[in-house]
Design a protein around this ligand. Structure first.
Ligand SMILES: [Zn+2]
Length: 170
């Protein structure tokens, strides 16, 4: 059997969705109001075949991990903790959000996902999910993976793709 070449496996399921609230800042002083999306994630993992199983990575595991990552932020307000304009402060079970130094929202802590990104754009969400997926795959003992491509869609036909290549030691 041919040993060269690479394979890609993709997961694109109706349940890989998260319905979340967010707002983003734009260049200059513009800032959106709070609103929500039914976000949808799609993932492609590339790599060498696992030569015992003849697959790149177990679909069942990949789907489970992706479902878990989506569930972690489903039904929450997504807030960036690395923004230069949006401040997010946790205190006594609440999260106070300010924009450009002015108070904007107060949420119960359990309704928020504080994310280590500078803005909750689909680009940053895709990168965050890819990073999370990569550490989960490492923890699951995935070997020989060469790339992860994560797509996050916030509206029909409106999505961002983040691709990261993984240098596997040979
Ligand atoms: Zn939006």
């Amino acid at each position: 059997m041919q040993r060269r070449g690479e394979f890609r496996v993709s997961v694109n399921k109706d349940y890989l969705v998260f319905a979340s609230a967010h707002f983003i800042t734009f260049a200059g002083h513009r800032c959106e109001g709070l609103h929500g999306h039914n976000y949808r994630a799609r993932v492609t993992v590339e790599g060498a075949l696992n030569e015992e199983a003849w697959f790149v990575f177990d679909f069942v595991e990949l789907k489970k991990i992706m479902r878990k990552l989506c569930d972690e932020i489903d039904h929450l307000v997504l807030l960036p903790t690395e923004s230069s304009r949006i401040t997010v402060e946790e205190k006594g079970g609440t999260v106070t959000v300010g924009v450009d130094g002015k108070p904007r929202y107060v949420f119960p802590r359990e309704d928020c996902a504080l994310l280590p990104i500078p803005n909750t754009t689909v680009e940053m969400l895709a990168q965050l999910l890819a990073t999370r997926l990569r550490s989960e795959l490492d923890a699951h003992g995935a070997r020989g993976l060469t790339a992860i491509e994560m797509e996050v869609e916030e509206n029909f036909g409106q999505s961002a793709v983040y691709r990261v290549t993984i240098n596997t030691p040979s």
